[in-house]
Design a protein around this ligand. Sequence first.
Ligand SMILES: Cc1cc2nc3c(=O)[nH]c(=O)nc-3n(C[C@H](O)[C@H](O)[C@H](O)COP(=O)(O)OP(=O)(O)OC[C@H]3O[C@@H](n4cnc5c(N)ncnc54)[C@H](O)[C@@H]3O)c2cc1C
Length: 399
Amino acid sequence: MDSVTSPPAVDNSLTEKPSYIVSMTNLQKLNINKKNMTVTFGAGWDVYDLTEELKANGLTFGNLGVERVQNFVGAASTGTHGSGSNIGNIASQIIGLRVLDAQGQLRVINEINNPEELKAFRISLGALGLITEMTIKVQPTLLMKKTTKVVNATSDYRLMGKELAQLYKDHERDWDLEPTYFYSYWEPTDYTGVRNCTLNYCANGCGDCNKEYICYDDVIDAASCPPQGVCSREFYAEIEHFLPIEYYAEATADYISYQQSQTPRMKAPYNNMMVIQHRSLKGDDTYMSPVNTYNLGPELSGVFAIIEIDWIQTYNNFTTLWQNQALGDEFLPRFGDKYNARPHWNKMNPANATYTLEKFPKLPEFLAIQQRQDPNCQFVNEFLVQQLGITRCANYLSM
Ligand SMILES: Cc1cc2nc3c(=O)[nH]c(=O)nc-3n(C[C@H](O)[C@H](O)[C@H](O)COP(=O)(O)OP(=O)(O)OC[C@H]3O[C@@H](n4cnc5c(N)ncnc54)[C@H](O)[C@@H]3O)c2cc1C
């Protein structure tokens, strides 16, 4: 059985709140099962270290975010994702886990014994207990060809939205939008030459992005960037919304038009640039997944488009950060219902419990499991009370 070996990592003298952060860093066990094509690992593993270990064993998993800086369990628990209409978020490859509840009971949740509960635990937002170990599906190393193309933008955002939507039909992609914008797409290849995608990661605007090029690499390095490829760490405000891809062309025009119309408001200093990234993602059957398909009508494909806007600064200035984030927070009330949009967890999510229930119809089932795992609200914080409506815990917060 796993055990939590590190002491609490919080200096209690700095806060009045009776809260603790638990470090799982020392949970480093790893077991690769090539017969079942699974890997089981402790909660201490980071995405980067895990992908390097898999590479060394001729294995990979295809569901990666743009960057690989996160702890794997943390990234999975908020629905972290990359891009691809046939690719799910990284939580969708979880087939089992061990979790410690608030009363010290260890539960094993997996797709054989409790498949329905697994749908709650794949994306748990830290609310269902301490996950100590996970098992995920893996696949043999896959070689990809990444193609990047530069396209002229237009100030006719409706036309541009239509053009972008057509590109989605043609390719798997992930792009940023500038006076000219670029898009990248990936396809399997049997190329045997030099692997070279690590020469220009071009993740989140870092690197020599706005040019046409082709590179080849293991899917891990072709689609995602390790910590050493990350070039920028300035503050930035951000929104990221998932919406059915059928609404994408119109939503794109609306989001860009609204941002452009609000530019005169952005008077605070140190604004540098605004990056708009668009991706796609396969929908799923995970209770708290932003791409859950529970409320989609039969006319919708179950594929989601992702619209992200980043307001990037030249200098870390709080006034600018909060001014831009206040603008960012206006997008969900303005467009959320129109486009069935769900915000990315962990990214300044401005929804409330009523909105969350509409977009996450399995919320009541999730909260029932939450109550069993955490009857005295030890895992609950202000964010969870407000966003998920865990009203039974509201009083515990003011203790
Ligand atoms: C540089 C950078 C790049 C990013 N790129 C992408 C991207 O490409 N795509 C994307 O979708 N997102 C991206 N994100 C967002 C990021 O993936 C999520 O915010 C992710 O949740 C962060 O993981 P973390 O390790 O920091 O976890 P934390 O923020 O520490 O934890 C996330 C949540 O998981 C819970 N949790 C963590 N560990 C456990 C555990 N052992 N048991 C139970 N609950 C646990 C926490 O309580 C918390 O609720 C990026 C973030 C950064 C900082």
